[in-house]
Design a protein around this ligand. Sequence first.
Ligand code: V55
Ligand code: FE
Length: 520
Amino acid sequence: MVDAFNQPGAQGFFAPQRFDAQLADCEVVGTIPSDMDGVFVRVGGEWYYPPKFADDAPLHSDGYITAFRIKDGKCAFSGRYVETPRFRANLAEGRQQFGYYRNPFTHDEKVRGLDATVANTAPIAHAGMLFALKEDSLPYRIDPATLGTMGPHDFGGGYNSQTFSAHPKIDPISGEMLTFGYEATGLASDDLFYYVIDRHGSVTREVRLKVPYVSVVHDWAVTQDHVLFTFGGYTTSMERLRDGQIHWGWDRTLPSMVGIMRRDGDGSDLRWFRGPERCMMHTLNAVSEGDKVTLYAPFYDSNFFPFFPNVDGSPWDPSKAHAFIRKLTFDLSSSSDTWEEEILFPTQVSDLGKIDHRYLTLPARYAFTNFADPTRPFDEARAGNVRGRVSNSYGRFDMETGQMDSYFVGDTHSLQECSFVPRRGSEAEGDGYLIGTASNLAELRTELVIVDAQRLSEGDIARVILPFRGGPQVHGAWYDAEELPGLMPMSAGAGAGQADHAGAANYDASLFTNPGGGQS
Ligand code: V55
Ligand code: FE
């Protein structure tokens, strides 16, 4: 996550850039596989104006969406700010008017009624639509041809939660999108609404649930039979917020929680399992076999985010902010309210991992993620003093044999989250490519790397070289052209960035106000 966000005041690679970008025919080293036809979309955050408070969370930086459009061995690139109400309101005033992340009591009074989301976390494509996501608001629909912001989307009114997860899951068999929103009825509310949205974009199921305590429910997991809500440690309250404090604090006395229920039920079977202190942020996959549910996830022992303070006043402990790939096993036939847990690999990993998405919800053998390999060289003279903070490798973690294959990106580079691209015509798990960006810290530019997912150690087969930094990234995703119609034309060159915001006319102004935002 060293370069998931660009920071105000930062020098070099991590300084904000504040521009939209458009490149038609990018420089390519090596050969982009001719069967790749689609788009690699990334979302991250960059402060257009510096935060109002120096200790605000980087999670509150303005959403920036980028797309690498790939076809016929060529690549076009585009990057734009997500034009949220906050972005527009700040630009109109020429300054930052919003205070702490998800605390409207700290915003300038004039903007308290606005949706303060920054849409900086993840892209998702569903039912032919592209969205930029942030878990504190509705999805912001993006025009895939221009990356122009079309506005918040509530699926024809069928989606009633005020918030929408940054980690919806697409069932590879049914094509449905399963998703949820927490703090669903307003700030610090203990409501979590679960949804199924069909392949045409209509809500077919809504289940209204309560959580045992209000926490970050950032990611979750879905099997063919069950859904699993995972969280722990972070907590908030209206008192905290009225006090002008940072939304989340870490309370190490709180248990980690996993709520499991049937995905086609009414929620009455929801069962909460409790475990030790854990920071449950991202998951890889989950599988149900009868009453046995297995969850694969790179969880942390404790508070991962230094900017969310420990409520007991103790300092943030970096030694507990390490993620390991874990296997959690739940027995729904037993009366036990906890799980069995095993660390599958001794390697510390980035918790932003992926599996071959065609195997999500199904038994899957491989996990792909990036990690810092300390045995690899690092050229500190050219890349700067960030040794130990760079992610220099992708790993393919074989959860069947325990074996790990790796790809090394180079001694001046740091990798962001990878995505899996299936090889056309093959359905075998893991047969395809890994695609992802690397920050070239020496040359101050972004490079897109493409690696054969079955031959990581052989190095990349293609690199797209951007002549500038291609914007920060939290999450990215690959979509074949058939999955997302209306992609940007390969010839979109300089000037296309000034094209009209294709969707601006579709903005529904009523969705801009945040019902929870104006309370005082
Ligand atoms: C996370 C990320 C977020 C957020 C809450 O990685 C949790 C976890 C990038 O935004 O708002
Ligand atoms: Fe995430």
